[in-house]
Design a protein. Structure first.
Length: 278
């Protein structure tokens, strides 16, 4: 599933590419991605004729503000992609489910092989009732990072294993399996350390690692794994997977100890770590 860096890459691409464009028409080829609407018409009609004014990110959700006062909300799910096409003549990818055409030309296409992603139109003040989890999101490391002191207080309030906590969207928004492993390696902390067991120095290391890893991941335009297929708006893969220190590198030498990186099942997921983490 795309995590915060990948969704932020798409947000920035959309902000440059579609803000100011007017929607000419919308074609829905499959209903599952627009399943919150009972009929195609309920999804299409509020979009046709609207101009995109802004693109925001709420955790892993994209929110496109429209000049009508409505918002187009997009969640990429497990395998969703947003792809730009210069014209209708460009070949459609398999699993293209929604096509948005602009009066200025070109299309925005929603592609999703596994169909867990979705698109829907809502009023901004109804967004949290549509997606209740958004009302309880933790701090956003790229948008509204808390102070180190506040971060330490939040850690002390919980007695939870660190990887579990980092992936808890109510604690911090947008972190999943890949970046939790990378963050914990950079911080030098094991995935199963309890959050209330950290020294002040370890708290600062963890806080710094969260910010730096996610910023670097956005800088390198996200991680593209062979089985996930994340690409940007133009179909280009990310490059941050080339900079992963531990994730997906079982058996390779640890950058610190040169001993093999280990993999262990944790919470029904593969967790990658080094013996340098304590």
């Amino acid at each position: 599933m795309p995590e915060l860096p990948e969704v932020e890459v798409i947000r920035r691409d959309l902000e440059k590419d579609v803000v100011g464009r007017k929607i000419k028409d919308v074609e829905v080829l499959a209903m599952r991605p627009v399943r919150r609407h009972r009929q195609r018409k309920q999804f299409v009609d509020p979009l046709v004729g609207a101009k995109i004014k802004s693109v925001e990110r709420r955790g892993k959700y994209l929110v496109l503000g429209l000049d009508t006062g409505n918002a187009l909300v997009i969640h990429l799910g497990m395998s969703g992609q947003l792809r730009r096409a210069k014209s209708a003549k460009e070949k459609r990818l398999k699993h293209t489910h929604v096509i948005i055409r602009f009066t200025q030309g070109g299309e925005l296409r929603f592609v999703d092989p596994r169909t867990f992603g979705e698109m829907f139109v809502t009023a901004p003040d109804e967004l949290e009732s549509e997606v209740p989890e958004l009302a309880h999101l933790g701090f956003d490391p790229l948008e509204s990072a808390v102070s180190v002191d506040r971060f330490a207080a939040l850690l002390r309030q919980r007695s939870v294993k660190l990887k579990t906590l980092l992936m808890d969207q109510k604690f911090v928004a947008g972190i999943g399996n890949i970046y939790s492993d990378e963050i914990l390696f950079q911080a030098g902390l094991r995935f199963d350390r309890l959050s209330d067991s950290l020294s002040p120095q370890e708290v600062r290391r963890l806080y710094r690692a969260i910010i730096e890893v996610l910023q670097d991941a956005v800088k390198y335009r996200g991680s593209t794994l062979p089985d996930e297929g994340f690409v940007d708006l133009q179909g280009r893969p990310g490059e941050y997977q080339e900079h992963h220190q531990v994730y997906g590198r079982e058996g390779e030498p640890c950058p610190r100890t040169k001993r093999p990186i280990r993999r262990q099942r944790f919470g029904n997921r593969s967790t990658f770590f080094s013996e340098s983490q304590v």
